[in-house]
Design a protein around this ligand. Structure first.
Ligand code: PAF
Length: 307
């Protein structure tokens, strides 16, 4: 299968690297970071995992989508702030039959893909893996978790089964869900509880539970998000999203969340698609979200400071 991974950050490299290890796949990594793509092409992708360094030599790093051309599957892994720009800037990857899979954090990615490439070509999902970029061509797989994917209309189609089988075969534990919106919100609430708090405090995911102050704020932020989801009529997959978020903290304990990595690397964060989205949706539905509002403003302040 010809696969294009758009956005070769730590997560894009994790999925691209694992998929490239299967001989039947041809995997293109697309990113604007030339030094990184050159390193992947020259030395392979180096992935730190379980204390070992694995090298994936089968990937082709590209800074232009024309080098890849139309793919069977495009996995979108850019920051959710860049989804529209990345799809428009990599049009050559999307042929009439290309299936686009978003596993990104945050709210709004599916809607952008539907608008840009057409609803029938889009599938969605979430990932509970944690990964960290270490430098050009180098990343760490810092926490393992499930990938859950689904058709937007909930069907268990042949193509969704094929993509799930492909990911499983690559060593990425995968399930199919009939409720993609619920999935996206399940993951959103995890990010609502972990990302801004780790970015503000500098703590690793697991450390949030070692301090009553951060644990309490995590609970409050997720509870507000769950109240917004309920008011919106979203059927969450987890009966207790706070407990689920804490489970993810433990499963990815050693990871620096993506938002902490963004703040440390002076990059724009996904705050407006995570805690900011809860505030916006809450305001529209008359649900109070003071903790998410505070976390959002603090992150916006830090982003400004770090520019
Ligand atoms: O954004 C992240 O960092 C990840 O979604 C997660 C699951 C919080 C792990 O760090």
């Amino acid at each position: 299968m010809k696969i294009a991974v758009i956005g070769a950050g730590a997560m894009g490299c994790l999925y691209g690297g694992k998929l490239s290890a299967l001989p039947e796949n041809q995997v293109f990594l697309l990113d604007v970071w030339k030094e990184h793509m050159d390193a992947v092409n020259e030395k392979g992708l180096q992935m730190e995992e379980d204390g070992q360094v694995l090298t994936y030599n089968g990937l082709k790093g590209c800074t232009s989508a024309s080098e890849a051309g139309p793919a069977d599957l495009a996995v979108i892994f850019v920051k959710s702030t860049l989804t529209e720009q990345a799809v428009r800037g990599n049009k050559e990857v999307f042929g009439p039959d290309t299936l686009a899979l978003t596993l990104q954090n945050g709210l709004g990615n599916i809607d952008i893909l539907k608008k840009e490439i057409g609803e029938s070509n889009v599938i969605g999902g979430t990932t509970a893996h944690g990964a960290t970029m270490l430098g050009p061509g180098k990343m760490r797989h810092a926490g393992k978790g499930k990938t859950i994917i689904g058709e937007l209309d909930g069907r268990e189609s042949e193509r969704i089964k094929a993509v799930a089988a492909l990911l499983e075969k690559a060593g990425l534990e995968t399930e199919i869900s009939g409720n993609v919106l619920g999935l996206v919100w399940d993951k959103l609430l995890v990010n609502v509880g972990i990302n801004a708090l780790t970015a503000i405090t500098g703590l690793h995911n697991g450390e949030l539970l070692e301090h009553p102050e951060t644990e309490r704020l995590l609970e409050k932020a997720v509870e507000e998000g769950a109240a917004v989801a309920a008011a919106k009529g979203v059927a969450l997959g987890f009966a207790d999203p706070v407990a689920h978020t804490k489970d993810v903290c433990r499963a990815t304990a050693a990871n620096k969340s993506s938002m902490l990595q963004d703040i440390l690397n002076r990059r724009q964060t996904e705050i407006d698609m995570i805690n900011g989205a809860i505030v916006r949706e809450g305001a529209a539905l008359g649900v109070q979200t003071p903790v998410n509002e505070t976390l959002s403003q603090l992150i916006r302040f830090l982003q400004k400071e770090k520019k």
